[in-house]
Design a protein around this ligand. Sequence first.
Ligand code: GLN
Length: 209
Amino acid sequence: KPVIGVLALQGDVREHVAALEAAGARPVAVRRPTELAALDGLVIPGGESTTIDKLLRIFELFDPLRAAIAAGLPVYGSCAGMILLADRVLGATHDQQTLGGLDVTVRRNAFGRQVDSFESSVEMVGVPGGPVPAAFIRAPWVEEAGPAVQVLARTRHRGAGAPEPSTGTGDVAGRIVAVRQGTLLATSFHPEITGDARVHELFVAIVKE
Ligand code: GLN
């Protein structure tokens, strides 16, 4: 079984651990730089990307993790995790840094404020068996993706269960919400809180490749 870490600085670590177990991996919580070497892959959970960024630096994980990603460590980032994997962020705080690796521009809180969190489902490339239930919690979207980035999922189009447009960031239908670039996978949404492990199964398959 591949050993897949779950970054355990902030966020819903337990849910990712459960989803990884269901997907056939051996999950381990990660808080120290020395724990990175033993990993076949890593999940960065949702939470607050600014806080996770600060904690990564406090726990002296920022540079080692950035180096591990650059060296090819497979990483799956959900929500705040997607932001941390993005090369460029719109709506970042002035001192916010990302680990980078994904040639995308993400927009933080793109779907609106906390009250604009919503559940939907998305068709996702590489995930057989029908739409994936997806919880969007103050979620980002991918505003621009470079040529090496594969778009795996978009929000539904209007009239097909799409959420209503919310704030000033534009139409919420048809937005890019899941991407892959090499061994990096990212989703705007949280699949780990819906009891459906298929996105984690896709990540485990990427780790095994
Ligand atoms: N809005 C958060 C951020 O900008 C992400 C929310 C989440 O991870 N659920 O970091």
